[in-house]
Design a protein around this ligand. Structure first.
Ligand code: ADP
Length: 479
């Protein structure tokens, strides 16, 4: 257990501090709420050495034992959910209800990983004259888990749970904006009695330097990254002459298609949730709404009403629906997209400006709906990562699919409609890894999560999520 304020480094089973620390800031008030240790390359190498020493023992541990640690960690999170939610909300700014939902989801993920890890089966092939063949799945080895600030609990726990379940030691590298919730969660996982070196954590304000040192070391066998497309592609470029498994979950630019046969009330509620959840700072956030022109006015009037009713404020204030953005750069990007769209003819139906309150100097933006968005606008090409919904109308299903697919991203897409044949035909043609049908939250532990195109590679969750932490071995037996 960390015994000093900034002992946020977990290396070889011991919580440690570092000579330098960095501040953690509440994005609503901009007050400093804590410090984290600033690890550099040397600590990273210590952690990797410990992980490499622990790898064989953990790979050989009884799957039931690994599963027991994960179930105990899930129970530990559930037991302290309220306190953890307050910390998550303070550090990230999200409403308490969302923080609670994220933590409950993290616990469910651990429980699912505990179960699925025991089912990492291989195959036996039919015997030929010499003997049968076996297909085995072996843990890949030490894993680096690089996680973002927007879902600092669920993204971290998903990687840690799946990697540990598969039999791999993990070095977690939480985002510098949210190291405290990460530390609290990893402490719970560690306190289930994990052997030294199996789980480690490196907080740092110098991610490029620290990660660079780990990538240069052959003992690191897998990187699992969630974050921006720019940084993710940079990690691939740094591969050099060391090939290792790399999972990337990067940006998104999710379309939502609303057909004229949709339940408009449910579709409006789904789009508003899918957009403004986490203040729009989600890689699966609805960015672009394509609505059939015959129901455009009806749908927009419902969306307008629901959006105008959203309450902006501190995440821990009663009734808050939309918290602050994480930083000034995030806010500036949103403002720029809105100004560009309005300059090119989009109409602001709701919001459109910074949200201000003299007691809260943080980075707030009004929940915003823009109508009449066209493909030449920045918001049609760039991920927004903020509370702005861009709306366009379509006439034919082909046009809707073409508009939805007209992006380099391919993470999530949403379809609202009741004609299942039409929905099915559409799903079939959408180039996205995760599809929500009348469902604005299509992320479940049982389902593989991940994107196509520049949104990423490999999957987290589902049987695929365990497989991503294993190597395949083919065994030819001759008797
Ligand atoms: P965002 O734009 O959402 O903040 P980033 O891609 O910058 O996303 O950050 C996601 C994760 O990647 C964080 O843990 C961050 O510390 C880490 N990161 C940022 N830059 C680098 C880098 N150059 N090399 C490795 N990791 C990085």
């Amino acid at each position: 257990m960390p015994d000093t304020a900034a002992a946020t480094l977990l290396i070889d089973g011991r919580w440690q501090s570092a000579p330098a620390t960095f501040d953690v800031v509440d994005p609503a008030s901009l007050a400093v709420v804590g410090q984290a240790a600033d690890a550099g390359p040397e600590r990273a190498r210590d952690a990797l050495a410990a992980a490499a020493r622990a790898a064989r023992g953990w790979a050989g541990a009884d799957p039931e034992t690994r599963s027991g640690h994960l179930r105990a960690a899930a129970a530990g999170i559930r037991a302290r959910q309220g306190e953890l939610a307050a910390l998550l909300s303070r550090e990230n700014g999200k409403p308490l209800a969302e923080a609670n939902g994220e933590l409950a989801g993290a616990a469910r993920m651990l429980e699912w990983a505990a179960e699925e890890g025991r089912r990492a089966y291989g195959r036996v092939t039919p015997a030929n004259a010499a003997g049968p063949g076996l297909v085995l799945r072996a843990p890949v080895g030490p894993v680096l888990a690089i996680t973002p600030w927007n879902f600092p609990a669920s993204m971290l726990i998903r990687k840690v749970g799946l990697a540990l379940a598969a039999g791999c030691p993990v070095i977690a590298k939480p985002a510098e904006q949210t190291p405290l919730i990460a530390t609290a969660l990893l402490e719970i996982v560690q306190d289930t009695g994990l052997p030294g070196g199996v789980l480690q954590s490196l907080t740092t304000a110098r991610p490029a330097e620290l990660v660079g040192a780990l990538l240069a070391d052959r003992r690191l066998r897998k990187v699992s990254f969630t974050g921006s497309t720019e940084v993710g592609l940079g990690l691939l470029r740094q591969t050099g002459d060391i090939l290792r498994r790399t999972s990337l979950e990067m940006g998104g630019h999710s379309p939502a298609i609303v057909f004229d046969d949709a339940d408009l009330e449910a579709a409006a509620a789904g789009v508003v949730t899918g957009k403004f959840f986490n203040a729009g700072q989600s890689c699966t956030a609805v960015n672009r709404l394509y609505v059939h022109e015959s129901v455009r006015d009806d749908l927009l009037s419902l969306i307008e009403k629901k959006t105008a009713a959203l309450k902006v404020g501190r995440g821990d204030a009663e009734g808050t629906d939309v918290g602050p953005l994480i930083d000034e750069a995030g806010l500036a990007k949103v403002e720029n997209q809105v100004a560009d769209a309005v300059g090119k003819g989009a109409r602001v139906l709701v919001g459109g400006n910074r949200w201000t309150d003299s007691a809260l100097p943080g980075h707030f933006f009004e929940p915003t709906v823009l109508d009449g968005v066209t493909p030449d606008m920045l918001i049609s090409r760039e991920e927004t990562f903020g509370p702005v919904l861009a709306v366009s109308a379509f006439r034919t299903d082909d046009e809707a699919v073409e508009l939805a697919n007209s992006t380099d991203y391919g993470l999530a897409a949403y379809v609202f409609g009741t004609d299942l044949r039409r929905v099915w035909r559409t799903l079939d043609r959408l180039d996205f890894g995760v599809l929500g049908v009348n469902d604005p939250a299509p992320v479940r532990p049982e389902l593989p999560f991940g994107g196509q195109k520049n949104s990423g590679q490999e999957r987290e969750g589902g049987a695929e999520g365990i497989e991503a932490y294993t190597e395949t071995k083919a065994v030819a037996l001759r008797f």
